[in-house]
Design a protein around this ligand. Structure first.
Ligand SMILES: [Zn+2]
Length: 57
């Protein structure tokens, strides 16, 4: 599932439902719209970023 932070609009992908934004820590996130999902995927492709859940390894 894709989620978007209500405060900073950070969009991220996770298997389990998150209780807070991994970027700013705000505790209200909602499921992302189709447009936000597309933006997330295009951003990932453009910059070849490591998913945020893998950064702490
Ligand atoms: Zn946030």
């Amino acid at each position: 599932m894709y989620y978007t932070c209500m405060r900073c609009r950070y969009t991220f992908k996770t298997e389990s439902e998150p209780d807070r934004c991994p970027d700013c820590g705000y505790n209200e996130v909602r499921t992302s719209t189709e447009k936000e999902k597309e933006e997330y995927e295009s951003f990932r492709k453009e910059f070849n970023q490591v998913p945020i859940e893998d950064r702490s390894v």
